[in-house]
Write a protein that binds this ligand. Structure first.
Ligand code: FAD
Length: 340
């Protein structure tokens, strides 16, 4: 049995200090819905847990000014059902309400959601299970340099965008995809002070170092998420395609937000999930829409443009067509929504 120190700070600064004092084995813990899972699988073996759930004010939701601000400890369920978020930013509300299950959303927090790790089955199943024995499968994310069993293996769920020779694991979250489409910024605090991190910069491509999954510095804590209010929010959707209609991760998903006058698209924000190694901004698809009158054919062309650089493996090529159609459908769903 491995002893674990448990610390319950009451301020952000105390949390950072506690984390730093515990060293490499320290982990923040919020709802625990990801971390405890990974501990049971022996993928995470923390020597100290810094429980952030008792930090006062970290759960605040504020939609009153020019921005939407969600404290890191706001529960997924509470943000999903916030009246302003639901009515004026359906892309955010739907990304949360289509994730996990109601019980999980009641526990899980929107800050920690950004840091969930891949569901690649070789990553999750290759550690000798609960016995903690030798790895059954190589995984460069888990053990750098050990190889990747998914490449050339059972790769139906793997990514087709942003892949490398070292890793094809999908970035699993729904919420980060919506946040990338909305250009969210992350409030981060650490031993060196506070900073604002554009969400797109939180997730590096796997390249040769897929074990580096986030760009947070040691002991940095996520304090909040900030989104500038914008008109595209009202004409938006998060469209998620999965093997079953609830309680499943995305095979392909698209977050779309549009500004239109009549049929003409003035601004487009599109990001993809379930198909890429990080939440994926689809710039080419956006460019194809902007300045044109929207039709079904144009939406489909934009969907195809989003996957022009796809690199399928053995058995995940279906994601290219599925993904393109998911984007096209999402564009038409968003367009049909009228700003209030
Ligand atoms: C069965 C199941 C199905 C799921 N399905 C989906 C799905 O369909 N879509 C989806 O998007 N997600 C899904 N999830 C993932 C779920 O959304 C995440 O587990 C949840 O959002 C994590 O939040 P938490 O508060 O429980 O995190 P925790 O488990 O407490 O922490 C997660 C990570 O964040 C770190 N952390 C926690 N708080 C902070 C902080 N403030 N600053 C810095 N680091 C911090 C922890 O150290 C840990 O590494 C599923 C999870 C389960 C178990």
């Amino acid at each position: 049995m491995q002893p674990i120190r448990y610390i319950r700070p009451s301020t952000v600064r105390e949390a950072i200090a506690a984390h730093a004092s515990l060293g490499d084995g320290a982990r923040y813990i919020a709802g625990g819905t990801t971390l405890y899972d990974l501990m049971k699988l022996n993928i995470e073996r923390p020597t100290g847990l810094v429980d952030v759930t008792f930090i006062e004010g970290l759960e605040t939701i504020d939609t009153s000014g020019d921005t939407l601000r969600f404290g890191a400890n706001a529960r997924m369920a509470d943000v999903a059902t916030d009246p302003i978020v639901q009515s004026q930013y359906p892309v955010l509300s739907e990304a949360l309400s289509k994730a996990a299950s109601q019980q999980l959303r009641n526990m899980a927090t929107v800050g920690a959601n950004l840091l969930q790790r891949t569901r690649c089955m070789y990553f999750r199943n290759g550690y000798g299970g609960a016995s903690g024995g030798a790895a059954d499968y190589p995984c460069n994310k888990r053990i750098p340099g050990s190889g990747c069993a998914a490449i050339g293996g059972l790769d139906r769920g793997q990514a087709v965008l942003g892949v490398s020779d070292a890793c094809t694991a999908v970035s699993p979250g729904d919420w980060p995809v919506a946040l990338v489409a909305m250009d969210a910024r992350i409030e981060v605090a650490g031993p060196g002070g506070e900073r604002m991190l554009p969400i797109s910069e939180l997730y590096p491509l796997p390249g040769e170092t897929p074990h580096i999954e986030f760009t947070l510095e040691p002991s940095e804590i996520i304090v909040g998420i900030v989104i500038g209010k914008n008109a595209a929010g009202a004409r938006s959707t998060y469209h998620k395609i999965r093997d079953r209609e609830s309680f499943a991760f995305a095979l392909a998903s698209a977050a779309v937000a549009l500004e239109m006058s009549g049929d003409r698209v003035n601004a487009a924000r599109i990001a993809l999930g379930g198909v890429a190694t990080r939440p994926w901004r689809a710039d080419a698809a956006e460019a194809m829409l902007i300045g044109s009158d929207l039709t079904d054919d144009l939406a489909m062309a934009a969907g195809r443009a989003a996957f022009a650089d796809a690199v399928p493996g053995r058995s995940n090529g279906f994601k290219v067509e599925l993904g393109a159609r998911t984007v096209a459908d999402a564009i038409m769903i968003a367009a049909a929504r009228r700003p209030l």
